[in-house]
Write a protein that binds this ligand. Structure first.
Ligand SMILES: NC(=O)c1ccc[n+]([C@@H]2O[C@H](COP(=O)([O-])OP(=O)(O)OC[C@H]3O[C@@H](n4cnc5c(N)ncnc54)[C@H](O)[C@@H]3O)[C@@H](O)[C@H]2O)c1
Length: 424
């Protein structure tokens, strides 16, 4: 094999440190991280040590890194949504090929401009639509495209966000407020919209959407609920979002998920986490936050061939995951891509009455193996090798346009003619 691809990482947070950094450590012959930009001193030092990055290549910000010329072949951009546009534009202009976390950017105009910039400069811009690279969704793609379901008639796809993930990310956390990040249908569901557009193979024709923030509002706060869970809440025993319970800050009660504790900080012991909850946004009462993104939204869509598609996203699920059904004239396919149980695809054949159940592998890395599959595909693209299910920035843009159109429909209560919307 040739020399590894060299990369600079912008943002050594959750995604930079734990999703893509480990790929370089596990596959040193494919990827070498040679520089990092991260304002948090502790994270930057830790990441630099993990990847043996020399001191002169450790920067506080992406802006500082860009003043040092081109330091690597590729950029892995894991900064937060509002930083994507400026940092990626500068990197494309400096000649980097870019792996960019989703969403491309928080506004439609910025998304279109970045895609054009990459195309005009002939640079690779790959968006981290990790689900495409899972065996679950690639198997779904193969089955639908094989014609085994007959003529496709209708699709029902759901993204069931668990109540605790909803509160962590979309009520208390980074994606709670549209002005600070982006609409939830973009932040959370551009993956799902990408999967639909990819497997259906043709662009959506018409789309409408409804949705609202129903529950996580001040008027739903229980009487006497303080601003923070740690301030003595009268309903702590029964509130599903009581932060000390979710984040493992109570003796003998394990956290709801490891990654939310990592995001909180505060260390391994319950006392440290409790202290952190006293000051962190994650300790706030879910009814007393500055959140404004929806907690449920539906889209109904028409694709060519009269295929109708519904998509539901909501933040009130007992468990985290996607569930779906694809109905064709010859068979129905049910899918379950949820955490905590084996992934399942069940094909029920109308003619023979047979049922075939498949359990696609979940893979070692995050997102059902998608994090590793995505990085592998990006590197193969840079090496000029063929990539199964290869995608492009323009293909990713379609999912983002669907999300922006859904927001427009939700606010105006109009059906969006997508051909006209794409021309805007
Ligand atoms: N593909 C997926 O499925 C997926 C999953 C989760 C998050 N994401 C996306 O990944 C991105 C990062 O999310 P995260 O959870 O890792 O966030 P994070 O907040 O944990 O990490 C972002 C990092 O960027 C750093 N940063 C801030 N300003 C900077 C600057 N000027 N220069 C360089 N670094 C800077 C922050 O200090 C932080 O460490 C977001 O856009 C998010 O939407 C994608």
């Amino acid at each position: 094999m040739s020399e590894p691809v060299t990369a600079i990482v912008f943002g050594a947070g959750g995604r930079g440190m734990y999703a893509y950094g480990p790929y370089a450590l596990a596959h040193p012959d494919e990827l070498k991280v040679v520089a990092v930009a991260e304002p948090n001193d502790e994270r930057r030092a830790r990441f630099a040590q993990m990847h043996a990055i020399p001191e002169q290549n450790q920067f506080r910000t992406w802006q500082e890194a860009m003043t040092h010329g081109k330091l690597a072949r590729a950029l892995v951009n894991c900064t937060q949504d509002p930083l994507h546009f400026d940092s990626t534009k500068a990197a494309l202009q400096a000649g980097y090929d870019v792996l960019l976390e989703k969403p491309i950017a928080p506004t439609r105009d910025e998304c279109v401009r970045l895609v054009r910039e990459s195309e005009e400069r002939g640079r690779v811009l790959q968006i981290c639509h990790v689900l495409r690279f899972t065996s679950f969704f690639s198997t779904l793609y193969e089955i639908v495209r094989s014609g085994r379901l007959g003529r496709l008639v209708t699709v029902d796809h759901r993204e069931n966000v668990s109540y605790w993930h909803m509160s962590h990310s979309f009520v208390r956390g980074n994606w709670r407020n549209e002005g600070l990040s982006s609409p939830m249908i973009l932040a959370k569901c551009c993956h799902d919209l990408d999967i639909l557009a990819w497997i259906l193979g043709e662009p959506v024709q018409y789309l409408n959407s409804f949705g609202a923030l129903t529950h996580y509002r001040i008027e739903n706060a229980p009487a006497g609920a303080p601003l923070r869970c740690t301030d003595g809440c009268p309903v702590e025993a029964t509130c599903p979002w009581y932060a000390p319970r979710l984040y493992g800050a109570m003796e003998g009660v394990p956290p709801r998920a490891g990654w939310i504790v990592t995001a909180l900080g505060g260390g391994d012991d319950p006392q440290g986490r409790w202290k952190q909850l006293e000051v962190s946004p994650y300790g706030r009462c879910v009814y007393h936050c500055d959140n404004d993104v929806v907690d449920h939204q539906v889209l109904s869509m028409q694709f060519p061939g009269d295929v109708t598609v519904t998509f539901t996203m909501h933040g009130h699920s007992d468990r985290e995951g996607r569930t779906l059904r694809w109905d064709g004239t010859r068979a129905t396919l049910y899918g379950d891509f949820s955490e905590g149980r084996p992934y399942e695809l069940r094909i029920c054949d109308h003619g023979s009455g047979t049922v075939e159940v498949l359990h696609p592998e979940s893979g070692e890395s995050g997102h059902g193996g998608g994090d590793e599959g995505l990085m592998s595909a990006f590197l193969r693209t840079l090496r000029g090798e063929s990539v199964p299910h290869r995608t492009s920035a323009r293909a990713s843009l379609e999912s983002h346009l669907m999300a922006f159109a859904a927001e427009e429909s939700r606010h105006t209560q109009q059906t969006i003619d997508m051909a006209a919307y794409r021309r805007l």
